[in-house]
Ligand binder design. Structure first.
Ligand SMILES: Nc1ncnc2c1ncn2[C@@H]1O[C@H](COP(=O)(O)OP(=O)(O)OP(=O)(O)O)[C@@H](O)[C@H]1O
Length: 229
């Protein structure tokens, strides 16, 4: 379980997150929805320990970052953006690197086929499109076989066929008892991918639902009409 309690985060002395609570269970794919600049990336970076929090606690599978940092770091896979991939390494090289670092038994070849990456597996990152790089990040997570995937905007740059592959892969990951936390502005596809969504507003989670029937309407009610609650 990923458990965030009373989290507050400051950046340059501005409180970006304040008293945020969120629990995500195994087998859940949770989408974080909010307008630009609300703090989704800040939340993800805090979970990933790239930013310190000023108050509250984050626990993954009972490991607290403040107490058992090494075990905590083994619980999640977070790749900040496609820009952080190594430009001169190939797709294959990235995947074998992850396999080595995570000491994983997952077959790189199987993952390449699953994500239909065979055609560009030997290409260097600098020669890939954004969509191909997004596939690679998911493939790296699958090879790592770690319990939690945190992915900011996984649908960026994906064409409709790639989105379908992504939806299928996310559903498979979900049935394997993992946790996925993603953000996206693509409400239609969030509905297809997620089992639950949470809306962020005014520095915390303000709405949490498994009823994904009409996210567009909910979005308008929360952000355009002065709030639901
Ligand atoms: N290094 C920083 N120093 C100060 N403020 C920052 C820093 N990084 C981000 N912010 C501010 O924190 C707030 C939240 O930014 P964040 O990137 O987390 O939002 P977001 O919800 O992920 O936005 P988007 O949907 O545009 O990706 C914004 O007001 C932003 O200006």
């Amino acid at each position: 379980m990923l458990k965030i309690e009373n989290l507050s985060v400051e950046l340059s002395k501005n409180e970006i997150i304040s008293g945020l609570n969120l629990e995500v269970l195994k087998n859940e794919v949770v989408g974080v929805i909010a307008p630009n600049g609300t703090g989704k990336t800040t939340l993800f970076r805090s979970i990933a320990t790239l930013i310190n929090h000023s108050r509250g606690s984050i626990t993954i599978n009972n490991f607290k970052v403040t107490k058992e940092r090494v075990n905590y770091l083994k619980q999640f896979f977070y790749f900040e953006s496609a820009e952080s991939l190594y430009q001169n390494l190939t797709v294959n090289e990235h995947l074998f690197y992850v396999k080595e670092v995570w000491k994983s038994d997952i077959s790189v070849e199987t993952i390449i086929d699953k994500l239909k990456m065979r055609e560009y597996a030997k290409k260097r990152i600098k020669n890939l499109s954004l969509g191909m790089k997004q596939h690679l990040i998911i493939a790296m997570y699958l090879v790592s076989d770690c319990p939690v995937l945190i992915f900011d905007e996984p649908l960026n740059g994906l064409d409709p066929s790639s989105v379908s592959i992504m939806i299928k892969v996310m559903k498979e990951i979900q049935t394997e008892g993992k946790i996925i936390l993603i953000s996206s502005h693509d409400l239609y596809n969030i509905e297809q991918i997620c089992s639950r969504v949470v809306f962020m507003n005014e520095k915390k989670i303000v709405y949490d639902t498994e009823n994904l029937g009409n996210l567009n309407l909910l979005y308008k009610q929360i952000f355009e009409k002065g709030g639901l609650l």
